[in-house]
Design a protein around this ligand. Structure first.
Ligand code: PLP
Length: 313
């Protein structure tokens, strides 16, 4: 297996990350199991100052900035995490986001002291604008999933999973930092564990790309899972995903909502839609997982409160 990642570098990334993001809870959640028909463990990435796993990657990125200003595009969680990592180091950060992004995420980016620029379009337009700012201002462009540090940070989750013999790990798939990072570690150290990526039917570009083994783009996205709603997969990330993922599946919006409701009612967790993708996959294909022990990475908790109430009501 040859990817842009390397186990030694992932292990070396761990000490660069504030311990507040590391060694997150990993536990069997029996209360979920009657509804899902298999043994389910949760890797909980929401109980930290930015309420998502993205802090692991931004800590590695920010550690290498050496005082340099940076700009990133974000659906909300990367920007929040980069703002947090930059604030602690006195670094200047600009976050570019869609003006349709989740308001609670935009508010947190501002509260953490980053400059926030909104574009009148979706996440792909924000990516273009961030690149233009980086060129114009001569500052560092942080590109989620393309910058290997973002993958290495996410990959440290994998180091925390491989001590337990799971049959499968379910991973939300957006740009791919999480899946390629965790997948690299799992396939290196626990190759018998299946790596299954999950995306919404309404934002299928990376999953289709994985199945067709070439970059497939879409013109639009239509999903409540804002953290994974990309349209233009990055070729280098796809190449890695082809090495480390055993499967990539698409799930319906109704299953994502049902997953959020199950996590709320049976696990006491308030999660954003992207974090319920793994549960959604279990709900849609119970036969595949019957009798198995799976782990799902509950990767973000930045739900808009009003929307959350509507979804789980
Ligand atoms: C909560 C959440 N889940 C999943 C993802 C997807 O991760 P990746 O873009 O690394 O594939 C993101 C990305 O921002 C996210 O914020």
């Amino acid at each position: 297996m040859q990817t842009r990642l390397d186990l030694a570098r992932i292990q070396a990334a761990r000490p660069l990350i504030d311990p507040i993001f590391l060694d997150t809870p990993l536990y069997r959640c029996e209360a979920l199991e009657p509804a899902l028909g298999c043994a389910v463990s949760i890797k909980l990435e929401t109980a930290n100052p930015v309420r998502s796993f993205k802090g692991r990657g931004t800590e590695v990125v920010a550690g290498g900035l050496a005082g340099q200003a940076a700009v990133c595009a974000s659906a909300g969680n990367l920007g929040q995490a980069l703002a947090w990592s930059a604030r602690g180091r006195g670094l200047d950060v600009t976050v570019v986001a869609s003006r349709y992004a989740t308001p609670a995420k935009l508010a947190r980016i501002r509260a953490l002291g980053a400059r926030l620029e909104l574009v009148d379009g979706d996440h792909e337009l924000a990516r273009e604008r961030a690149a233009a700012i980086a060129r114009h201002d001569g500052i560092r462009l942080v590109e989620d999933s393309l910058d290997v540090e973002t993958c290495e940070g996410a990959a440290t989750i994998g180091l925390e999973l491989v001590g337990t013999p799971f049959d499968a790990v379910l991973i939300a798939l957006g740009g791919g930092a999480l899946a390629t990072g965790v997948g690299h570690v799992v396939k290196t150290l626990a190759s018998g564990t299946e790596v299954i990526c999950v995306q919404p039917l309404g934002a299928p570009a990376m999953t289709r790309s994985w199945h067709e083994r070439r970059v497939v783009t879409t013109d639009t996205t239509d999903t409540i899972a804002d953290g994974v709603a990309g349209r233009r997969p990055i070729p280098e990330v796809l190449a890695d995903l082809l090495q480390v993922a055993d499967d990539a599946v698409l799930v319906r919006e109704s299953s994502i909502i049902a997953g959020m409701r199950l996590l709320f009612e049976h696990a006491g967790l308030v999660v954003e839609p992207s974090a319920a993708l793994g549960i959604a996959a279990l709900l849609e294909d119970p036969g595949r997982f019957a009798g198995k022990h799976v782990v799902t990475i509950v990767c973000g908790g930045n739900a808009d409160p009003a929307a959350f109430r509507r979804w789980v009501a």
